[in-house]
Design a protein around this ligand. Sequence first.
Ligand code: NAD
Ligand code: UGA
Length: 465
Amino acid sequence: MSKKITKICCIGAGYVGGPTMSVIAQKCPNIKVTVVDLNQARIDAWNDPDTNNIPVYEPGLPEVVAEARGRNLFFSTKVDEAIAEAEMIFISVNTPTKTYGTGKGMAADLKYIELCARQIARVSTTDKIIVEKSTLPVRTAEAVKSILQNTGNGVQFQILSNPEFLAEGTAIEDLHAPDRILIGGDPTEEGQEALNALVDVYANWVPRERILTTNLWSSELSKLTANAFLAQRVSSINALSELCEHTGADISEVARSIGTDSRIGPKFLNASVGFGGSCFQKDILNLVYIARSYGLQQVADYWEQVIIMNDHQKRRFGNKIIKTLYNTVSGKKIAFLGWAFKKDTNDTRESPAIFVADDLLNEEANVSVYDPKVSEKQILGDLNYLHTRTESKNSELITIFDNAYDCCKGAHAIAIMTEWDEFKTYDWEKIYTNMTKPAFVFDGRNVVDRKKLLEIGFKVYTIGK
Ligand code: NAD
Ligand code: UGA
């Protein structure tokens, strides 16, 4: 037997909470889903009458929100109210890398999780199922449970772990047809009842055989493990891309050759300027920190290498630009096509573009940027956040354009930082004509037709070729 859920609350209306809850509401019209956040501007944007203005850019998401919002999907800042009425509460707040104290730069900062747990305990007057949706260190559920049980009003809480595996840019596809849903719970009767209640929610659209259930700790650790494996593949192919450049092997051909081995598989073998995004680095650092905290030095060192390789790949791309442009980029215009950490998202967290731009600005380059979905404010904010130089110096050295042709006009070089599809269809002859010669293209994503660009007259550098 499991309890039938009719009211869900999700704390955190970000890149995970927003899309995930929108799809639950779309697929479960009989469940009232309320997504709450402290950030008023974010909630206002989720409630914008024009669903194209919602705060997360994700193909297909405006349509899902349009279908469910106001019917059984609500966005609000009234956190206490939503907690009080819900039977099931998802915690989907951010868990960034700590920037202070013990574990600084490595461990996950769990202060937002703890605040949620304390708030839930304070407000709740009826039994609740608490679902960890955020990515968390293994054994976090123990701390959440302790807070709830020791500060609550005597009501019963069951804790589940239900990590999210969606990738940005394909979130709606991933949520509609997930490879699997993972739910971890306590082996007790009450724990299993809670677990089954969540299984029933997903079973509204996900085949049962794709809903995996485990104990809490396996579920928490599986999320970190999945991201570590994925990031490791990118670092592995990127490591070999450098060897390709020295040997005449071509990384695309190598990737195709190994990817046809069914044990290896073809996905996630695109060499690049490095992985970005809010999670790969944060989650691996967290894994490394956890391993070290158990004294597992070799385990920690093994996974840390994935990050070291990624930092190397970002740095070597910037260095390649500088070296190729006759060892100086001072006063030269370098046009960045793309700023987001991957295509089809407006998210720029940990985007390689930020770090490559920062290196070039250190060399006093003038960087111009065009990204189809990222705003000027966001780009400047990303650079200012690094505190490498003053904000006014950043504004002086960087110029943002709303189209690629103007962005590239007069440039000495173009750096392709994101694999946006539109870059493939540009009039590259026109771009070439308007550039300073020799005109260089540094393709950090293997996205444009190298042969065609060479024929036009560009000098082309492509990662791994
Ligand atoms: P995000 O920063 O976009 O959103 C988190 C939201 O939580 C913010 O809007 C913030 O204002 C809100 N918040 C924080 N504390 C709060 C509180 N006490 N009460 C109410 N609201 C609060 O983060 P995200 O990208 O959605 O990630 C959330 C979690 O999901 C992280 O643990 C992340 O590792 C994990 N995750 C992210 C992705 C992804 O693609 N971004 C995928 C899988 C898992
Ligand atoms: C990743 C995982 O794919 C999701 O399963 C997970 O839920 C999520 O992290 C998370 O926990 O946040 P995401 O970061 O959104 O999703 O996007 P990915 O498609 O994984 O790309 C991550 C980075 O790796 C991007 O910068 C991308 O360009 C890069 N990448 C990816 C490559 O350089 N090469 C590849 O072959 C694949």
